[in-house]
Design a binder for this molecule. Sequence first.
Ligand code: ADE
Length: 237
Amino acid sequence: MLIDILTLFPKMFENVLGESILHRAQKKGLAGIRVWDLRDWTSDAHRSADDKPFGGGPGMVMKIEPVWRALEELKKSPEGKARAAKIVLLTPQGKRFDQKTAKRFAKEKRLILICGHYEGVDERIRQMADEEVSIGDYVLTCGEIPAMALMDAVVRLIPGVLGDDESIVSESFERGLLEYPQYTRPAEFKGKKVPQVLLSGDHKKIEEWRMAEALKRTKERRPDLLIGVKSKHGKAD
Ligand code: ADE
């Protein structure tokens, strides 16, 4: 997968792309991630990428020209030319990002992420995007952190990125449930014991316990997720 990020704050991505899963995915050649400074497509001496809103009002609005020019150039770039790109604008007004969307995006060959300006983007930028995505009902100062969150959630789903493919199968949301409780050594810490069943070596019992715990935890914390799960697992009540 090729991911192009259009941003006003390219430095924000340096550490995130150099660590952990995103780094590993690039090293394995499973994801190519390129960060582009939108100011490189501005045309004035001040490299201004935003301007005052027409009609007045507070704040600045992200301009259309740099984004348009960047998209035109990226679409023509030799590395990405052959791959149809899904253009995603990160904005609090977008559709809420979830695991289902992450899976859908993980199947794309190319994503172009536009990091929106916190004070707003020219409405015509929205029209250039295929989808608008929000990472939750709160406002961050810019779309960079949402772009990182989206990228992390998507890239780890690309086959081969995670070492142990099993870990995706049991994690939260994969089965429509939150993940069961996990423990590691020591078996007892300051009187707090690991459930006996996990030490029993009985794999069938462990699997049953985990499913029951996942259901219990989901019911307690996220009952909304259980709508539609009943038929799959038979005991959501
Ligand atoms: N930009 C600012 N807040 C955002 C959010 N919640 N999701 C996506 N982009 C944003």
